[in-house]
Design a protein around this ligand. Structure first.
Ligand code: HEC
Ligand code: HEC
Length: 503
């Protein structure tokens, strides 16, 4: 990590081309406001008491309700009455269960033909995270395998200013393994996970047994996968605070990027520049486990098409992820209806779902003045966790929605890519993200996972069964921080976990 506010010139390597993305100092603020923002987002130095506003991870949008299963499902506290109504319409669509065509409830059909789930909520359960199949659970519900093959020459993907968007899917199975299909069609196959035990001894002699996952695919219904196929397992991310993340100025994210590790702290942080499908403009990826998507709208449209098999005006693929090598799939009926518009989900469905995803709030912090939590926060900084899990940002003054505008937020992420070592590697690139890189995930709300989701599975594939395991999997650029954690006394570890639990 490197803090610098002057013009940053970042080299982007894409498809053999090197392009400079120029990012200066944010332009939405007066010099006076910029100084205020820098002061308020400076790292904490006093761990004897909580910082001002620390209880409000989403600024004025922070939600204040008793902690329960619904903690992630509240709208930002500073929405207008009209926006609350829009949120509720979006919520209904996010919960909607799509059915296959043709059906009697025509406004809900179009599912598949291949799909991973019937609705957004099936994966983003209670607006929280997904999980690998529980013990004894046969079906996989909130997790999938992304598939791709190395691009052939010439590369036909969308390219702009040297940035290349998207991946080349498996020639038969496409970009994702769908483990469900509508009646009359075969599902593509089944993701199989085998775990082996990996015991780790901590500094004080405590032994923690990690589970190391091994992925394969069974019951392939459309022939073999490509020889050079790359697979990446992903659980659904929690949905809170996303609209605020979208409004962090690029400049304030790029301040933390240090691709060549010029400051020599062992932590680089690289941006994943990508292309926004609507505008064809190069933009900073910030969503998904490899920051492959720049906007909530494009991520949502991709989810409609790839995960549920529903076309929207943005990704108008009524057959979802069916490829030309799956002719039986392309023959299935779609849910397009001329009287409703050209897509299975015509406007304003995508707009409303996007608005919903942009306006889910973040619950207030608990126990910020607790002595153990404060000690844990100090340990978090001392171990170097805050180098990647950057605590604070101030959102843009130019945000379109007043609820997102100029808020001090506490996501605990730099939204950049880091080499996390072989242990976590999926060996599959995504945009500029390599097979060993992952985006730092935000930690806000992580202490409520058990309450909201009824489990505590973490990391991109849910392999960690609790926070301790999640930290012990950190390698690569995070190896040093991981080792500091592993060397802590039991009390120090407990404090750090108390701090994470208060987020
Ligand atoms: C089959 C499971 C599944 C379904 C259904 C699903 N998602 Fe997701 N969602 C995921 C996964 C997995 C990711 C992470 C993707 C990645 O890393 O590339 C994700 C990521 C996201 C993100 C980015 C979150 C972040 O923190 O970066 C958004 C926004 C999102 N989904 C919206 C939606 C919407 C809207 C729907 C319904 C149209 C939907 N999803 C349906 C599994 C699902
Ligand atoms: C070099 C950057 C870096 C450092 C340093 C770092 N992390 Fe992380 N952290 C990440 C990345 C990247 C992931 C996602 C890895 C994955 O899913 O495979 C992650 C994931 C996590 C998760 C799981 C989040 C989730 O949503 O599943 C927790 C908890 C966490 N880190 C805590 C910590 C703590 C505590 C420390 C300090 C001991 C730390 N991290 C240091 C980059 C970092």
């Amino acid at each position: 990590m490197q803090i610098r506010f002057a013009l940053a010139l970042i080299a982007v390597l894409a498809g053999g081309m090197v392009v400079a993305q120029e990012v200066g100092t944010r332009t939405d603020l007066s010099a006076e406001d910029l100084a205020r923002v820098r002061a308020v987002t400076a790292p904490a130095t006093d761990f004897a008491k909580a910082e001002q506003f620390e209880t409000n991870p989403a600024g004025k949008g922070t939600t204040r309700f008793s902690v329960n299963q619904d903690s992630f499902s509240h709208f930002l506290d500073n929405l207008s009455f009209e926006q609350e109504e829009q949120f509720k319409l979006g919520n209904a669509l996010f919960r909607k269960i799509w059915v296959s065509s043709p059906s009697s409830t025509q406004a809900s059909d179009g599912l598949g033909p291949l799909f991973n789930a019937r609705g957004c909520q099936s994966c983003h359960i209670k607006d929280g995270r997904g999980h690998p199949p529980f013990e004894g659970q046969a079906e996989n519900v909130s997790m999938f395998l992304r598939l791709s093959v190395p691009p052939s020459e010439p590369d036909t993907r969308l390219a702009m200013d040297g940035v290349i968007a998207g991946e080349v899917g498996d020639p038969v199975y496409g970009t994702q393994l769908q483990d469900f299909a509508v009646p009359g069609l075969k599902a593509e196959g089944r993701m199989v996970i085998d775990y082996t035990d990996l015991p780790v001894t901590l500094g004080d002699g405590t032994v923690v047994t990690l589970r190391e996952p091994h992925y394969s695919v069974a019951d392939l219904a459309y022939g073999p996968l490509a020889d050079d196929v790359m697979m990446s397992p992903r659980i659904a991310n929690p949905m809170i605070g996303l609209g605020l993340v979208e409004q962090i100025p690029d400049e304030d994210i790029m301040v933390h990027a240090d691709p060549d590790d010029k400051d020599g702290d062992g932590i680089s942080g690289r941006p994943n520049w990508t292309i926004v499908p609507e505008t064809k403009a190069v933009a900073l990826g910030r969503f998904g486990w490899k920051a492959g998507m720049a906007t909530i709208r494009s991520q949502s449209a991709a989810a409609f098409a790839g995960d549920i098999g529903i076309s929207t005006p943005l990704v108008n693929l009524p057959h979802g992820d069916c490829t030309e090598n799956q002719p039986e799939c392309l023959k299935m009926p779609t849910g397009e209806q001329a009287r409703l518009g050209l897509s299975e989900a015509p406007d304003p469905v995508l707009d409303l779902v996007t608005f919903y995803a942009q306006t889910l709030g973040v619950p207030e912090r608990r126990d910020v003045e607790d002595q153990a939590v404060l000690a844990g926060k100090a340990a978090f900084y001392a171990a170097g966790c805050a180098s990647c899990h950057v605590p604070k940002f101030v959102t843009s003054r130019n945000a379109e929605n007043h609820a997102h505008r100029f808020q001090l937020i506490w996501p605990y992420s730099d939204f950049l890519l880091h080499d996390m070592g072989e242990g976590l590697a999926d060996h599959r690139s995504e945009g500029q993200a390599s097979g060993v890189e992952w985006r730092t995930p935000p930690l806000w709300g992580i202490g409520l996972t058990e309450e909201v989701s009824g489990h505590s599975f973490f990391l991109h594939d849910g392999r960690a069964r609790n926070l301790t395991e999640a930290i012990l999997w950190h390698g690569g650029e995070a190896q040093k921080a991981r080792d500091v954690f592993a060397a802590m006394s039991e009390d120090e570890r407990a404090n750090l976990l108390d701090f994470l639990g208060s987020l």
